[in-house]
Design a protein. Structure first.
Length: 67
């Protein structure tokens, strides 16, 4: 999750650079407007996993019989 956030935000923004190279006529402002909902969703998802770790740990615990 953190890696994806870093790939869509400046200063690196590798995914944004790739999109810009594929669509050179589209301004960067438009690309960043397009990724904003995904960025917000990633931040919310990251916050949920950080503050409620059981969301990420229930499946391993279930598989190994800890529940």
């Amino acid at each position: 999750m953190v890696v994806e956030i870093s790939l869509i935000t400046p200063p690196i923004g590798l995914n944004v650079i790739v999109i810009k190279s594929m669509l050179p006529d589209v301004p960067l402002k438009t690309i960043f407007k397009g990724i904003t909902p995904f960025f917000i969703a990633n931040i919310v998802r990251l916050a949920l996993v950080v503050f409620i770790p059981s969301l990420a740990l229930w499946l391993p615990a279930f598989v190994y019989g800890l529940y």
